[in-house]
Design a protein around this ligand. Structure first.
Ligand SMILES: Cc1cc2nc3c(=O)[nH]c(=O)nc-3n(C[C@H](O)[C@H](O)[C@H](O)COP(=O)(O)O)c2cc1C
Length: 285
């Protein structure tokens, strides 16, 4: 399976870029980096990535942050792929189903990482999984995958009972050795309480849930910074240096509200345990 971010428009002349470079300069200095500058490009080319997905015959493809362009869905269907996309509201799920996706991922507000929202983007559209999944299941005719706050077999069983055909877990795998989670990020995940996560635009310009830290707090409420993917590209050198230097206060510590359920297990072993737990929970019910 390959997952891509739907393309967002970029305006290289956006005056907010200069503001962001000013705002980020003291953080760069604190990390011993040169004064930040704008890169030549802000994001990988979506069509070039889709070319690879189609040519390689990837069997399952999904996008987040938007509706897959019709030409992309057509092309990937022709290559034999199943195409899905993320919704955070019932309206987004309806839009995706009408656009011809084969499945919808219903992402509850508990979820770690970026919100897949592409609708109004209003700050109050944080719908929890238990409310979102059955309403999405009722609204669309395609299979629904539940995501957000699921980190053990009890959660998977609950998602299936709510009408989902599958569960998608992110935070649960952050402490697996395969996850590539940097040492300061791992420490933050181990220490985090469920109420320690926050939804912030500070790192990427898009709302994402992670363990609260100094960078998120200091940039909270700033609406003069550029949107995704521009801010994401501008903060990237800072985040890379922070990981190398063990400075969790400048890292995007993406994690969801089930952070306390993450287990230090190899991914394969975790999947086996999750399946066993889910079966046991369903049998007990
Ligand atoms: C570290 C991290 C990275 C993520 N990256 C992506 C991504 O690239 N694309 C995507 O669609 N979702 C991404 N997500 C969100 C997951 O797909 C999923 O919605 C979420 O992890 C489910 O909630 P949970 O974290 O509570 O399990 C990411 C989540 C985390 C925690």
């Amino acid at each position: 399976m390959v997952n891509l971010f739907a393309p967002d428009p970029v305006d290289p002349d956006d005056p907010r870029i200069a503001t962001a470079l000013e705002v980020l300069a003291p953080y760069a200095a604190e990390l011993g980096l040169p004064r930040p500058t704008a890169p030549a490009t802000f994001a990988a080319d979506f069509e070039e990535q889709v070319d690879v997905v189609a040519t390689e015959g990837v069997p399952v493809f999904s996008v987040t942050f938007g509706v897959p362009p019709a030409a992309t869905t057509e092309r990937l269907h022709a290559s034999g792929a199943v195409v899905g996309a993320t919704a955070t509201t019932v309206a987004e799920a309806r839009t995706l189903a009408a656009a011809g996706v084969d499945f919808v991922c219903a992402q509850g507000s508990e979820a770690g990482g970026h919100r897949g929202s592409f609708g109004t983007g209003a700050a109050d559209d944080l719908i929890g999984l238990v409310a979102l999944v059955p309403q999405v299941c009722d609204a669309v005719d395609v299979p629904v995958v539940a995501a957000g706050g699921i980190a053990d077999g009890r959660g998977i069983a609950a998602a299936l009972v709510l009408g989902a055909c599958a569960a998608q877990l992110g935070t649960a795998f952050l402490l697996s050795p395969e996850a590539g989670t940097s040492p300061p990020y791992r420490d933050a995940v181990r220490a985090a309480a469920p109420e320690a996560t926050t939804v912030t635009r500070a790192f990427s310009g898009r709302r994402a849930r992670g363990v609260d830290n100094r960078f998120a707090r200091e940039l909270a409420g700033r609406d003069d910074l550029p949107p995704y993917p521009v801010l994401n590209a501008l903060t990237s050198p800072l985040r890379r240096a922070a990981a190398e230097q063990g400075r969790a206060e400048f890292l995007s510590l993406w994690a969801g509200q089930a952070v306390g359920l993450a287990r230090e297990l190899p991914a394969g072993e975790l999947v086996t345990r999750l399946a066993d737990e889910a079966r046991a929970a369903l049998d007990a019910g």
